[in-house]
Design a protein around this ligand. Structure first.
Ligand SMILES: [Zn+2]
Length: 64
């Protein structure tokens, strides 16, 4: 069986499939991907999560 929405991550090269349920960090990463990098949909959930986590830490530091 082949999944139609199988993709290769732009950052780490992992193959991944888009899922419907997302973690908080994944959502943050996806939001950032759409707003700043315009590469939403090209990253695996792990990279989205990493990006979201880093960005949230960064933004949190800037705002406090
Ligand atoms: Zn990745």
């Amino acid at each position: 069986m082949e999944s139609a929405d199988r993709k290769t991550c732009k950052l780490c090269g992992e193959s991944f499939s888009s899922r419907s349920e997302k973690t908080l960090f994944e959502e943050a990463g996806e939001w950032l991907a759409e707003d700043f990098w315009q590469d939403s949909g090209d990253l695996c959930s792990r990279c989205l999560e990493n990006r979201g986590r880093l960005a949230m830490m960064y933004l949190h530091e800037r705002n406090s």
